[in-house]
Design a protein around this ligand. Structure first.
Ligand code: FCB
Length: 457
């Protein structure tokens, strides 16, 4: 029995990212990334771990592709590590790095799995960070030849391209809060970083299209509802600011509206921008950022409940504090809130009008491991996917052009500053033996993929 049948051409998949799974950090000429440096800086990662080995996917990709095939996975979203391809950030291209992705793509196609390649999922070459990283325009400039090299090599076999993953995280977690690499706490630099990330997206789009005729290209943003904690005017204003910081700051420019004026005013008032506002914008920048994309990628995890006293601008803190009604929380401390996926997709559809949307990430962290029989009975993850898929289905019924859904993640992996303790995979990974064990959620999604529908039982 199934309900919630999806459109015939709906794209189902699973997602990963390079630093979180590949390992082989010093292999075949890979350069240092900001995550290598950050993870090895004492105190930055909760369990002191790093991505040197991770899931050793670099050496085990064939096994991982076979695993996906056995789970009926139709599409795979992975990311390419810039420092594997251009170890110093700009200049010499490392063919061995490209060879790896070429082998991966061949294996995927051989298995009948459609590759979706993300060009930047946070592993900036450290050499570029040494010059100021994303807060410098020169990093956006360096992104273009890197993209050219990748698409030149893979564009004959990969047609689906995502320029950036979650520029909010790359800029704000990396340069404002400093809890992600490169660990900078400087809001002015974070705002500059957000512009340069978006600018590099805009510059990459025509390069992808020129090198790969027939390409479908877009950007992935992390989005979610920001709700006021009370009816007070102050809480409403705090929610407006949080929404501006997290959602609109990225959506507005990508959809041709420039940066939201209320946020520019707030940042000027807070001393994070000069009186002239976004003075780093040069002629043509906003037009580049607004290059019409083929799709918008939406990563959805949760909502936030916002109250006014959580806006310590002077402390460089984003005013996000979840005070949601006690319901279900994952081990990340994130509320399980499936209606937020429907709300987010509908909001983007109604207010911004993308051609298409893909949910490029959605998932949850529960540490359920194998029981005595070796089975991973992650019932809470199954329930999480079932509810979120129903919410996605409802958005399609309500007219949203949702064209695909990628579960985060194929397998347990390195969860950034949270280390290996947080497990988002539908496949369990034993990090000592590197044994992969599909969880019950993998069996559930395998049925979804095969039936193009959400089983009702
Ligand atoms: C997203 C990231 C992804 C993963 C999930 C849990 O913000 O894109 O790499 O860490 O969160």
């Amino acid at each position: 029995m199934t309900d919630h049948a999806f459109p015939n051409d709906f794209v189902w998949g699973v997602a990963t990212s390079s630093y979180q799974i590949e390992g082989a950090a010093q292999t075949d000429g890979r350069g240092e990334s900001i995550w290598d440096r950050f993870a090895k800086t004492p105190g930055k990662v909760i369990d002191g771990s790093n991505g040197d080995v991770a899931c050793d996917h670099y050496h085990r990709f064939a096994e991982d592709v076979a695993l996906m095939k056995s789970l009926n996975v139709p599409a795979y979203r992975f990311s390419i590590a810039w420092p594997r391809v251009v170890p110093e950030g700009r200049g010499a291209v490392n063919q061995k790095g490209l060879d790896f992705y070429s082998r991966l793509v061949d294996a995927l196609l051989e298995a009948g799995i459609r590759p979706f390649a993300t060009l930047y999922h946070w592993d900036l070459p450290q050499a570029l960070e040494d010059e100021g990283g994303w807060s410098r325009r020169s990093t956006a400039e360096a992104f273009v030849p890197y993209v050219e090299a990748v698409v030149d090599r893979l564009g004959d076999r990969v047609s689906d391209w995502i320029t950036h993953n979650e520029p909010w995280c790359a800029s704000m977690l990396g340069y404002e809060r400093g809890i992600h690499a490169p660990g900078v706490v400087d809001k002015a630099r974070a705002i500059a970083a957000s512009h340069h990330l978006l600018l590099s997206h805009g510059w990459a789009m025509p390069v992808i299209r020129a090198k790969c005729p027939g390409a479908r290209a877009g950007i992935t943003l992390n989005l979610g509802p920001m709700l006021p904690a009370s009816d007070s005017a102050a809480d409403h204003d705090a929610a407006r600011h949080a929404d501006g910081h997290f959602n609109r700051w990225f959506l507005d420019p990508v959809f041709g509206r420039g940066y939201p004026e209320d946020m520019v005013r707030d940042y000027v008032a807070g001393g994070f921008l000069p009186a002239g506002g976004m003075t780093m914008i040069e002629p043509g920048d906003l037009e580049a950022i607004a290059t019409r994309a083929d799709f918008l990628g939406v990563n959805y995890y949760n909502r936030s409940i916002i109250r006014s006293e959580a806006i310590p601008e002077e402390a460089n803190e984003t005013p996000v504090r979840a005070l949601g009604p006690e319901r279900d929380w994952t081990e990340m401390g994130w509320e399980v809130y499936p209606p937020g996926l429907h709300q987010t997709l509908m909001r983007v559809h109604l207010h911004y009008g993308p051609r298409k949307m893909y949910v490029t990430e959605n998932g949850c962290s529960y540490s359920t491991g194998p029981n005595a029989e070796g089975r991973v009975a992650d019932a809470r993850r199954v329930a999480f996917f079932r509810e979120h898929l129903r919410a996605a289905h409802r958005a399609i019924s309500d007219g949203a052009p949702l064209a695909g859904y990628f579960a985060w993640s194929l397998m347990d992996n390195y969860e950034w500053e949270r280390g290996y303790g947080q497990r988002f995979g539908i496949v369990h990974v034993d990090y000592d033996s590197q044994v992969r064990t599909p969880k019950d959620s993998a069996a559930f999604l395998a049925r979804v993929f095969a039936q193009n529908a959400v089983p009702s039982d």
